[in-house]
Design a protein around this ligand. Structure first.
Ligand SMILES: Cc1cc2nc3c(=O)[nH]c(=O)nc-3n(C[C@H](O)[C@H](O)[C@H](O)COP(=O)(O)OP(=O)(O)OC[C@H]3O[C@@H](n4cnc5c(N)ncnc54)[C@H](O)[C@@H]3O)c2cc1C
Length: 454
């Protein structure tokens, strides 16, 4: 079967590429291949009752399917060049911001109207942070919430389904250059196209590595972020989250001068499992609907680890540490901050007696047996620093879940059109290593669609 354009992966990158192609050239024959299920069929079996932890489904509904890893996410679209990816290094800061705002407009049109856009501009917290050796990064953030994010995706699918051919539960096995275009090979058939857009996200990272190896596309991998997810009573951060929703705060440790940062803040949210290539790590989200909100706020504290020559497998390093927590805890480990400081493990009894009720069922244990000392020292230092701007953060009952790992896909060599060394073969979104967020991944999809249409 022949198409003009084949998109591999129906995450935000792939969806927004398909959307923009249909806006600009509706006559194009476009197909989207997705390893996971259609949105309506995505369902994680963890119900907190019968199924308490990850059972390793063949296709993880949290990470795969229409909507990609973003489908059940918090739907926080950060409009900024300060974090979330380095798209601006390829297309320029002004254009990157324009595209992120354009994505925001589409989200509003497709069901996100009425959601709030928060901004750090002119906030008094910037000063408060600097006074305490913390740095608040500039950003605007649209919080759709897990519920509205789903509505937007559903509406986008309704809009696209008659215009674009979707192949769900159809992982692409390989891509080959053929006859001036590309051959996309699946288990039962192969399909050809003139242009191919690869947008396979984090769950497709291993597959992407293979494709790059086979096609000899140069890559570079040297970073992984490691840390914990912090959960505490929502009231502790309420003064920040009510005004900013999400605050990205960076701290440079006194001991090692490492940078520790807050990441993915979820006011009144829930901590969740994340399954990346069979390794269970932790993440978080929250709902816009007050009825679904919890009494806790969660956020990640991450330390960026950059490796230098000769070591190249930064993701392998992160995986090994996550595997250690999976080995000791059978999945994610939870520990009270007070227990960590006293050098003892948390037990079910100590968690039970804690004044903070965990929103995720995890195994009480000892994170100091999992995380490298340098990383743990940095996290502890930052918790004390945060306690100065949000008193109560360093409380004994503050819960730490581990490990949280931000795997960075190896960065694929592409030009300013996000086109690989093969003309017409584009690599976008988190799978390219260039983006690490909903807004950047979506913007990269729009950018590539426009480049193709030009
Ligand atoms: C629980 C959770 C919460 C998050 N919260 C936020 C948030 O609030 N804000 C934010 O900015 N980011 C958040 N993120 C990150 C965000 O979801 C990603 O940055 C974003 O989804 C990346 O988009 P993408 O299109 O590049 O890749 P993905 O969304 O990962 O989509 C890639 C798709 O490709 C498919 N695929 C992979 N390999 C193949 C193959 N071989 N053949 C066919 N299909 C394939 C996958 O099944 C997947 O559906 C969160 C992530 C998680 C897991």
């Amino acid at each position: 079967m022949k198409f003009d354009i084949i998109i591999i992966g129906a995450g935000p990158g792939g969806i927004f590429a398909a959307y923009e192609l249909m806006q600009r050239k509706p006559e194009l024959k476009v197909a989207v291949f997705e390893a996971g299920h259609a949105l309506a069929k995505r369902n994680c079996p963890i119900d907190g009752d019968k199924v308490k932890s990850c059972i390793g489904c063949k296709s993880c509904s949290i990470m795969s399917g229409f909507g990609g890893a973003g489908a059940f996410s918090d739907g926080k679209y950060n409009i900024t060049n300060e974090f979330g990816g380095t798209l601006h290094e390829y297309i320029g800061k002004k254009k990157a911001l324009e595209l992120m705002r354009y994505v925001d407009e589409i989200n509003l049109r497709f069901g996100g109207e009425g959601t709030k856009l928060y901004s750090t501009a002119g906030t008094r917290f910037k000063t408060l942070c600097i006074q305490n050796n913390l740095h608040l990064l500039d950003a605007s953030v649209r919080h759709l919430g897990t519920d509205i994010n789903y509505v937007v995706l559903n509406n986008l699918y309704a809009y696209l389904q008659d215009k674009v051919r979707f192949f769900f539960d159809t992982p692409v096995l390989s891509v080959a250059a053929a006859d001036g275009g590309y051959q996309v090979i699946c288990a039962d058939a192969s399909y050809s196209c003139s242009d191919c857009v690869i947008s396979v996200g984090r769950s497709g990272s291993k597959w992407m590595e293979n494709v790059c190896r086979e096609l000899q596309i140069p890559t570079n991998s040297n970073r992984v972020d490691l840390g914990v997810r912090v959960e505490l009573p929502a009231t502790v951060f309420a003064h920040l989250t009510d005004e900013l929703y999400e605050s990205k705060i960076v701290y440079r440790t006194e001991k090692y001068e490492d940078k520790v940062r807050t990441f993915c803040m979820n006011p009144k949210g829930a901590v969740v499992h994340e399954n990346t290539n069979g390794i269970i790590t932790v993440n978080g989200h929250s709902y816009e609907d007050p009825a679904k909100q919890t009494e806790n706020t969660n956020f990640a504290l991450l330390v960026a680890k950059h490796f230098s020559e000769p070591f190249k497998d930064s993701n392998g390093y992160g995986e090994s540490i996550a595997k250690l927590s999976n080995m000791l805890g059978g999945g994610v480990i939870v520990q009270r901050f007070g227990d960590l400081i006293r050098g003892r493990r948390s037990t079910p009894g100590r968690i039970e007696e804690s004044f903070v009720t965990p929103t995720l069922s995890a195994t009480p244990g000892d994170l100091s047996l999992v995380l490298p000392k340098r990383i743990l020292d940095g996290i502890i230092e930052m918790i004390y620093a945060l306690d100065n701007v949000a008193p109560g953060t360093a409380n004994d009952d503050t819960l730490l879940y581990g490990v949280e790992v931000k795997f960075y896909n190896m960065e694929v060599e592409v030009n300013e059109r996000l086109e690989s060394r093969y003309p017409g073969l584009y690599i976008i979104g988190d799978g390219s290593g260039i983006t690490h967020s909903l807004s950047h991944a979506s913007a990269s999809g729009i950018h590539v669609a426009r480049c193709i249409c030009e």
